[in-house]
Design a protein around this ligand. Sequence first.
Ligand SMILES: *Cc1c(COP(=O)(O)O)cnc(C)c1O
Length: 390
Amino acid sequence: MTLKELDDAYVLHTYARGEIALSRGQNARVFDESGGDYIDFASGIGVNSIGHNNDRLVAAIADQAAKILHGSNLYLNRNQALLAEKLARLSGMDTRAFFANSGAEANECAIKIARKYGEKRGRFKIITLKNSFHGRTIATLKATGQDKFHEHFAPFPDGFVYASDLDEAAKLIDKQTIGVMVEIVQGEGGVVPLESDKLRALAKRLKKDKLLLIADEIQCGIYRCGEFLASQIYGVQPDIFTLAKGLGGGVPIGAAATTLKEVFSHGDHGSTFGGNFLATRAALTTLEILEELRESGELARTIDYFADRCRAVALNFPRLFTGVAGLGLMKALIAKDAQTRAAIMAAACENRLLVLRAGETHIRMLPPLTIGKEEIGEGFARLETACRRL
Ligand SMILES: *Cc1c(COP(=O)(O)O)cnc(C)c1O
């Protein structure tokens, strides 16, 4: 059997996979099983934040594996405590954290904190935005403001309300509302940064009424937009923020951090794997590398260069693109229509450039934050070659 046949026969068909079979990588270059090289503008959907085969991450994982991988949450874990401290320091907020294994689980935790925080006041409703994406568990699917995700899986838990924008979110607040959950920059829904004035106004309103701002920073956080949290760029302090994708540099880990440090007590929440030695060590090392990248000014230079090249492609091919969107290294080229997008995506793939979709017309790019100038140049050159043929 070919790999494709094996996959088809034994793996549930939840993904429309193509034929690419990756086998190794080096920073923003990945190689398939026959040695073909790809430029990686996707980072495994924003996960490989420090690229592939990073020396320091490889060494940290090997060192940790030789000591202890997992000890359970029944015992103290130095890596976990240090990581929680780091999240507080980097966010500039007085937080405690809970560690999970994925984004959806991090959001589940955030929803439970909000529910318990609102319990005594009879407040349980969480307002989310249309076109948002918050995960695939039953509760986070319901939090996701896109009807297409809700087919087949009813009944869902109650208590989620969708607003078309931040203005409407403010209007929908009622006696049962406990908070508003937003992606500061929407990812899956189409790379849409929220309007900063409106977000700050909403944050202020929520604070006044002792309601919660929950920032789902699973995709836009971990320096993806240029700062540790996209919230910091917007000048808002969420009551709860959630992280996952880029946090472990490829090792699965999710986190919910909150200034509501006393809401949970023993037994309110838990996870067998969550925050184990391996995942938290990987996250500590990843954050160390990313903090240096930010502090040295290199991340800002990469963001500028990537944005310039991105705008140039849009300008060079006005018959294909209507513009660009996004923030930091969370960028999109906006195709003229869905059909054009499909043609460009196929051509990019043929030219061995990995990109992602978002919304109906966007080609989303989430390169490793450590991507070099040469790799950016090569990636956009491949994209231009693809575009010229269309
Ligand atoms: C990817 C994503 C999630 C879900 O994360 P999983 O690790 O796939 O569960 C939730 N929210 C946002 C904004 C995401 O981008």
